[in-house]
Design a protein around this ligand. Sequence first.
Ligand code: ARG
Length: 466
Amino acid sequence: MSDSNKHVTWGARFEQGPDDLMLRIGESVSFDQRLAKYDIQGSCAHARMLAHIGILTQSEANDICAGLNKILQNIEAGCFEWDIEFEDVHMNIEQALTQLVPVAAKLHTARSRNDQVATDMRLWFKDSCERIDTALTRSIGALVGLAERNKNIIIPGYTHLQRAQPVSIAHQLLAYIEMLDRDRTRISMLFEQANICPLGSCAIAGTTLPIDREFVALELGFVNDDGQPNITQNSMDAVSDRDLFIDFTTACATIGIHLSRIAEDFILWSSSEFNFIRLPDAFTTGSSLMPHKKNPDAFELIRGKAARLVANVQLIMTLVKGLPLSYNRDLQEDKPPVFDSFDTTSLILETLSECLPGIEVNKENCALAVADPSLLATDVVDYLVLKGLAFREAHHVVGELVALSEKTKIPLNDLPYDMVSAIHPDLDRDWSLVFNIDRALDAREHTGMPGPKQIASRLAYWRSLI
Ligand code: ARG
């Protein structure tokens, strides 16, 4: 049993201190100490508000803020002693502060750890959204760079992992950019949802004391575009709402899913079977057994880590499901998965950004793959449609040409003209002109298509944004 006196914040009604196991299961300081900066910000704003309404004098509030800053310096210097006997980041800081500044015994007036942790997390979410946005923007920049360096290289585009139609490699890289840009939108919406101050909700039902919630919100930067304070509208909801946790982990999971798909394409492209790209040595590893191996570990791990991002969503949802209002201690378990989602998302985005500049595209092999004439079979259909054939009939005609090519083992574009014209009279001698990749891409210049002008303008657009 530990010494109950240590539990100054709530110990009075207890005859016995908590069991060591209670301390171990109850502590969150091992993981919530990373909230220290936000907790101190929140406490300082709260102290200023208490001075504003006359519960503290200005000089008491100044002393408290100075003490809090000193503690923050110690924490950042790594010389603050965290103690699981004080459970969490909030009580660790409060007890250290009270030793330094005895008047800090007034700091917890009109506040509970319930609205305190909700506030800390909202500040953390705002900061984390900004960081993820920066990381996403860097990844977009790296993709733009890779696309610009390989603007003219054409590869087969795949559906069902079967060769479909030719695209520039830039077109595929631009597809990844669209995915990451949607992630940026999701993250910026999350920032807005986080930008509402729950402080003043206290434990569940607010306080009888004459607090000024708007004052605190303004101090902490919970403001709208007009500079007006944003504050939560229901104290019970404010201390039990974990929607941001669900939404944040979901947004991170979506980023993970996007990156896993990008990673998978690069893994395939780097295999001997495709051989479209060479991955940088610095982001691959060798085999302890097979001397020739060069494994795409960075991308495999990006793909693998996406699994934990998906699992973290599950964890938070399961945690909150069926939980009665309002705060329950279960909710302390909300932080590790959210922190893990942030750390993992940051890591995989950074890895992608650093790896892309070292990727080399193997021009010769791309050219070899894209020389497959069947990639332009659909363009032959379009050729017949322009001659007036119904699409379904044109599709059928080209299907017969493909079957003939397979049966005779003659490449589609080399089929003798008498065989071709026998299939349909609208297949004039100029039909073979369709088998020209540049022509095929030049013909695709509507918005969103892989025509070279489209690609150049999209690349210029993204270049101007980053
Ligand atoms: N460490 C707690 C958490 O993260 C802070 C809130 C504690 N509230 C309470 N009523 N015990 O959830």
